[in-house]
Ligand binder design. Structure first.
Ligand code: GLC
Length: 436
């Protein structure tokens, strides 16, 4: 019974966040009024379960914001809205010669989910031929996007790409970035934040953090979003395990899809060579033996950032660790994130002093990360853990609805829902979990 209600509820959220005229879905009314990159990917997976045309439109409207050089931005501004800062006039994508002439975007990106999203849509769709047509139309654009990453975001040719902004990570205010903020000295900018008018300010990043976020964008804009200049000058240059795991998973999906389409041997070869290098470097550089988990590498300051976050477990999703490492990872997950007093999966190590159970990416549970970890656990045959994670994810939604993030502490379950409500990816991924 609850299952039917949840499915209907999820569809309602997605349908009401869909912009019919422009063919894309906002993450959340008021708080996020434009098209966001990785949100759209997760949303398309949800649509694939009941309205394949919408799934296709979602992906293609995102791709309409792709730059000529292959870059896919983190926000595409199809529409106008004054409920969000910083908007199109701040980001100024027109500064870069490759940006689209007719549509405004940002000049930063987000985890490159589209490759694996195409494969998910293909797996879900009933009419495979029809969906293959859609994939054939779009797959080279995603290949070109990956090419852009390896060409411009991998200065030492390691197969690992950097992000130059915390908003690119998708995990905006994670404590992971704190060390970087400490050594930055941003001016105090004058601007009006909009996020704190929608959500309790105590759950959101501080003003100083916001000044740092804007300062990184100012540096990039001062050089017209030139990649080489950003690599040379940005104080924030990080190899993030979530971002790179997603890229690797998307490479894998592109290889599978090119095989299904036939031909394309040259592209498959290129993808395989990226893939081998990427996995080797990932293993060599992003694992921390003491923690028994994957961590971040600060490329600017040349050191690991040694904390475990929910992102640390996503290499399972991409099939990166060998069995030994996967075991260590599952152990760490259970011990620190899955103890008796907690539901899965806090976004930051609950045993750390920096854990903040209500503050956005400093502790709360996010449905998309739970989904990625769930898929990863299944891939490595940790069926029991996977099932627990799935049930706990659904339990949040069943109790509270499609909120943006949740409190991991069991004793706070009654009031565990935070952030925006009717949040699109929470709805889309619930649909996917329920339709398995
Ligand atoms: C927040 C999240 C980011 C998400 C965006 C839109 O910025 O941190 O991951 O893409 O909202 O939902």
């Amino acid at each position: 019974m609850y299952k039917t209600n949840l499915i209907e509820g999820a569809k309602k959220v997605l349908n009401s966040n869909f912009n019919e005229e422009k063919g894309f879905t906002i993450p959340c009314e008021g708080l996020y009024p434009f098209q966001w990159h990785w949100d759209s990917g997760f949303i398309a997976i949800g649509y694939a379960h009941y309205d394949i045309e919408k799934a296709k439109r979602e992906v293609e409207s995102l791709l309409s914001g792709q730059w000529e050089n292959g870059f896919i931005p983190h926000i595409v501004f199809h529409n106008e809205s004054d409920t969000y800062f910083p908007g199109p006039d701040y980001h100024r994508s027109d500064l870069h010669p490759s940006s689209p002439k007719t549509i405004k975007t940002t000049g930063i990106t987000q985890p490159p989910v589209l490759g694996f999203v195409l494969k998910e849509i293909y797996d879900i769709a009933r009419d495979k031929q029809d969906v293959l047509e859609f994939i054939r139309r779009n797959i080279d654009k995603i290949f070109k996007n990956h090419e852009h990453f390896y060409k411009y975001r991998d200065p030492h040719d390691e197969g690992l790409v950097y992000i130059y902004h915390n908003w690119e990570s998708g995990t905006d205010n994670s404590p992971i970035w704190d060390e970087i903020w400490k050594i930055m000295d941003p001016p105090k900018y004058k601007y009006e934040r909009k996020d704190t008018t929608h959500v309790d300010a105590s759950q959101r990043p501080t003003n100083r953090e916001y000044d740092c976020y804007l300062h990184l964008l100012e540096i990039a804009k001062a050089h017209n979003y030139d990649d080489a200049k950003i690599a040379e000058l940005s104080p924030f240059l990080v190899q993030d395990p979530l971002f790179n795991a997603i890229l690797i998973k998307s490479n894998e999906a592109l290889i599978e899809l090119y095989h299904i389409l036939g031909g394309n041997e040259d592209k498959v070869e290129v993808l395989k060579s990226w893939q081998n290098k990427a996995k080797d470097s990932f293993e060599a550089k992003l694992f921390n033996e003491e923690l028994g988990s994957y961590v971040y590498y600060d490329l600017r300051n040349q050191k690991q950032i040694a904390f475990t976050t929910s992102s640390s477990f996503t290499p399972l999703f991409a099939g990166i660790p060998n069995t030994g490492r996967a075991n260590k990872l599952a152990h760490r997950l259970l011990k620190n994130f899955g103890s008796e007093d907690l539901f899965f999966c806090a976004s930051f190590d609950p045993k750390s002093e920096q854990f903040k159970p209500k503050k956005y990416w400093r502790g709360p549970v996010w449905i998309n990360l739970n989904w990625l970890i769930y898929k990863g656990l299944k891939r490595y045959k940790y069926y029991e853990l996977a099932e627990r994670l799935k049930q706990e994810t659904i339990k949040y939604i069943e109790k509270h609805g499609f909120y943006e993030y949740f409190d991991a502490r069991k004793d706070q379950f009654e009031n565990a829902a935070y952030g925006g409500k009717n949040f699109s990816w929470s709805a889309a991924l619930t649909l996917d979990l329920l339709n398995e």
